[in-house]
Design a protein around this ligand. Sequence first.
Ligand code: NAD
Ligand code: MG
Length: 376
Amino acid sequence: MKTVAVLGATGSIGTQALEIIGDHPGLRAVALSAHRDAASLAALAARHDVSLVALTDADAARSAPGIPLAGEQGLLELVRRSDADIVLNAIVGAAGLRATLAALEAGADLALANKESLVAGGPLVTAAARRAGRMVLPVDSEHSALWQCLGDAPPETVESLVITASGGPFRGLSAADLAAVTPEQALAHPTWSMGAKITIDSATLMNKGLEVIEAHFLFGMPYERIEVAVHPQSIVHAMVRLRDGALLAHLGLPDMRVPISYALTYPNRAETPAPRLDLASLTLEFAPPDPGVFRCLALARAAGEAGGTAPCALNAANEVAVSAFLAGGLPFPGIADVVERVLGQIEAAPVESVDQVLETDRLARRLATDAVAVAA
Ligand code: NAD
Ligand code: MG
């Protein structure tokens, strides 16, 4: 029996993970967190018979007196008290960084959906995993696919990693077309159903940029050996090029239950209800991304290559810009403008501590808020 703490239990990944856990006799949920939605959290806790729960939004927690663990401290306390074998971090945003570190420090393996914590604090997370001797189990579909294709291939045999991108709802549009797109259009993802923030990141291709950085830290791969291919069908999730010319691919219909299940049941592989791929109906197309139109991908790659606190600043600026776009306060191309402006204003420093990273996060948010006011 493996015990699992699910952080961000009410979200898209969190609820799918609880479905997998509920169906698997060898998995048991022992702790759940959510941000604001006390009613949904209580319903999930009742259904999965979990008594250890936390609400991270302090105001929401005050009006839900049945939930004593509140705020970020409550979340960290929940991670420690859960004593879980696996902590699944399905929180959205860099708000998940301290929980990511706390999970590893508590001696749990970390099933990581919350890519922003790895982008913001990559060197801290990899060092914490090494110190604790625990695994970071990728939940992001592309990284789960890479992990499976890599298997135990010796590092010197791996030439490069290829991450696929659907291209999002605006694939093929020009920069001029993008100026007028609305949040409703951006939220209509062609192949994946996900939370709002990652759906906007998929429309800008920032999600792919964050995933390039995520792959760099998860697999220790230099940036020049991480490729991105636009693949509108979202059937091939990732590929690994080997030095003999072989290209290994991981295929499946877009369904997050598959990578969630793999992370939670590794090194075994459980049955899942995910629909099976019909080979006769397959069409697989690949094209390079258009860097002139989808500028966020190049901005992310540049921040990754700059290293240190630059990816943290990129991520924080993007979080502010995406919220502003969703609230109707920033045009779609303004997201890249805001990120670019903030990156130009912050000097990257080598990552030393979580406090330093979170200070960079706060500074970038402040600068991004100013940049939104200019760009709006
Ligand atoms: P979501 O918005 O559906 O859910 C987010 C969860 O985090 C909710 O439970 C919410 O209550 C909680 N939360 C929100 N703000 C918080 C905060 N400040 N502090 C603590 N908790 C907070 O998001 P999602 O789509 O499930 O994505 C979660 C993470 O997984 C993101 O990092 C995303 O990039 C990643 N991811 C998601 C998918 C997907 O298919 N949804 C795929 C790959 C990776
Ligand atoms: Mg992904």
